[in-house]
Design a protein around this ligand. Structure first.
Ligand code: ARG
Length: 460
């Protein structure tokens, strides 16, 4: 076995199972473009500083472009014996351009190479995920605008609490998603630091120009410490943490969509194209897509645990353990991307059953707090008002009606402060319109919040 780049000090070939056990090519081949881009920048830099001749650097970059074209044409023969994507690219390069290909790895190690590749890949994925968040945020704003006046019950403890506008409810998810986006923007700055130049762990004896490589690859900074650069994966952990939180937010939203589409709520209907039927029960239309998003949040949270535990026992600097960072990281990135896409497409397609939302808000004494506030405005201390309204609610429960159905005389029996104008505060519209301040549920505030949200999106 002479195709391996490290056979010099070995006398016996690698055990066949060990070869498969240690290989990462099955999952790191997706780094091919980042690997080649990093190698091109490295080769150009070696040419600039005179470690390679200009012709050698040129031969290498042309050869690397050909390797990339072959991979993209599906012509690369991936094999376990070549372990990972780095050795595949380099081996093929040398086959194509001969011995000069063997100079590419000067002043470099797979340790700083893989850290660079994964950072480039993570950076690009973060950008795609940010675009996905923005798309979902825009879908939310569109829906919130359409439903700014729609009233549904707001819940605490999943018990009817106070009426809210559906637009306001949707904007709550906008806020969560926006913080997720900000977290990713912030994380991206720490992802975007160049490890290359750290070599195996201590740096290199060649007169490298790391700033040049950083500029070529769009890194904002050069890693300050070579041991840290090759060994820590906190940038991946941070990214997957941000994705975990994003998935938790999507999971909560999914849970609401599932509840709301049950006939017991009947608040929304998801479009057929985002649901499936049952193989046995002919009447079923199941909200599979939100259920799967809720379920997939578990994968991402699991990936975060994997990465944290992977890191915690590792002495400096690089250890092969780090090869295990890729599957959880890639899976988390893929899952978040897919979940955002399916959500953004599903939302505008759903039907909102406004009359059912309204009917639900009319049940459960959602405006009881409004009546208490009304009494406070008429001079009663809040605790006393709370007591008065509590008694009126108990009476209405026994009478089997809503507060606004009680005759004025009956209401006045609980407090003489109650007058004819009470009907304004007992209506759903009266209740939501009265909460007219920044962050409140009034339709006018929802519209103003949407305008501000659009500006915030533009400034992300
Ligand atoms: N496949 C390896 C990884 O993913 C590349 C680095 C290997 N370095 C080494 N010294 N064996 O981490």
């Amino acid at each position: 076995e002479t195709s391996k780049p490290w056979t010099g000090r070995f006398t016996a070939p690698t055990d066949a199972f060990v070869e498969a056990f240690t290989a990462s090519i099955d999952f790191d081949k997706r780094l091919y473009a980042q690997d080649i881009r990093g190698s091109m920048a490295h080769a150009r830099m070696l040419g600039q500083v005179g470690v390679l001749s200009p012709q050698e650097a040129e031969q290498i970059t042309v050869g690397l472009a050909q390797v990339q074209a072959e991979i993209e044409a599906g012509q690369m023969r991936f094999q376990m014996s070549l372990e990972d994507i780095h050795m595949h690219v380099e081996t093929r390069l040398t086959e194509l351009i001969g011995d000069v290909g063997k100079k590419l790895h000067t002043g470099r190690s797979r340790n700083d190479q893989v850290a660079t590749d994964v950072r480039l890949y993570t950076r690009e994925s973060i950008d795609a995920i940010l675009a996905g968040i923005v798309r979902l945020e825009q879908a939310l704003l569109g829906l919130a605008e359409r439903e700014a006046d729609t009233i549904l019950p707001g819940f605490t403890h999943l018990q009817v609490a106070q009426p809210v506008t559906f637009g306001h409810h949707l904007l709550a998810y906008f806020e969560m998603l926006h913080r997720d986006a900000q977290r990713l923007v912030d994380t991206r700055r720490r992802v975007n630091v160049l490890p290359l130049g750290a070599a195996a762990l201590a740096g290199t004896t060649f007169p490298i120009d790391r700033e040049f490589v950083a500029r070529e690859l769009g890194f904002e900074a050069v890693a300050e410490n070579s041991l840290d650069a090759v060994s820590d994966r906190d940038f991946a952990i941070e990214t997957v943490f941000a994705l975990s939180l994003l998935m938790v937010h999507l999971s909560r939203f999914a849970e609401e969509l599932i509840l709301w589409s049950s006939p017991q709520f009947g608040f929304i209907e998801l479009s057929d194209s985002f649901c499936t039927g049952s193989s046995i029960m002919p009447q079923k239309k199941n909200p599979d897509v939100p259920e799967l998003v809720r379920g997939k949040s578990a994968r991402v949270i699991g990936a975060l645990q994997t990465l944290l535990v992977l890191m915690k026992g590792q002495p400096l600097a690089y250890n092969k353990d780090n090869q295990e960072d890729k599957e959880p990281l890639f899976d988390a990135l893929d899952t978040a991307r897919g979940s955002l896409k399916v959500f953004a497409e599903m939302l505008p397609e759903m039907t909102v059953r406004r009359e059912n939302m309204r009917a639900a808000a009319l049940k459960g004494f959602a405006t009881a707090t409004d009546l208490a506030d009304y009494l406070v405005r008429k001079g009663l201390p809040f605790r006393a008002a709370h007591e008065v309204v509590g008694k009126a609610v108990r009476h209405a429960i026994e009478a089997g009606c809503n507060l606004e159905d009680l005759p004025l005389e009956t209401l006045r029996g609980f407090s003489p402060l109650i007058e004819a104008d009470v009907q304004d505060v007992l209506t759903l519209e009266g209740s939501v319109n009265a909460r007219n301040h920044i962050g409140g549920t009034a339709p006018a505030q929802v519209r103003a919040a949407i305008d501000r949200a659009r500006q915030r999106l533009a400034g992300l």
